[in-house]
Design a protein around this ligand. Sequence first.
Ligand code: PLP
Length: 231
Amino acid sequence: MIEENYRRVLANIAAATERRKDRGDETGPVTLVAVTKNHDVSAMRECIDAGAAVVGENRVQEAKGKYETLERSVTWHLIGHLQTNKVNQAVAMFDLIHSIDSEHLLTAVDTAARKIGKVQDILIQVNLAREPQKYGVADEELEAVLKKADELPNVHLRGLMLIAPNYEDVEETRPLFRQMRELYLRVQAMSLPASDIEYLSMGMTNDYAIAVEEGANLVRVGTGIFGPRQY
Ligand SMILES: *Cc1c(COP(=O)(O)O)cnc(C)c1O
């Protein structure tokens, strides 16, 4: 079941990529992050054996247990909000942190990475829809946070991340994805000397096809691969 779902998601991504190309938009390949939160190690193995190379977790504690048990070589992405007291553990484990949502957290990650001699790949999470209950850097603070990330020696800025609101009609998400893509291009145009802006992380089970059509190249899919989560 997981293998079948995984293949279907990949096929949907490929189809969406073709639609994007038809519009003349060459954004390059799309990476699927298999969101394994609330799914156990055996489900993770199934997905990795089906071909998944990147897994996404949203809690450091949960990820740590799996990280220590999973005898598969895979790339680990942190996609959920990171608390300052979990930064050391997160930096020890994750290849890419999508969820840098404040300057304070950015500095804490840099410090933690320096302690272990690592340069931590990061994305800046943007709160584009200005949802008060959502994490993310607001538009008007973004430039300062990006510049700071570019200056800090132990973080490597790789792009932007968005968690879109859960609209009833998924098409309502499209303008937001489009806006996010414009923002991403503006950030690339800043030519930050120490950064490599090449990832735009947006799209989940409900809306990843639209996200890819609008320029996402990292999509985070959980339910579409593993089925509903049991809490
Ligand atoms: C849980 C989660 C996802 C995956 O959600 P699905 O709807 O199950 O695909 C993607 N991104 C983030 C940040 C998440 O927390």
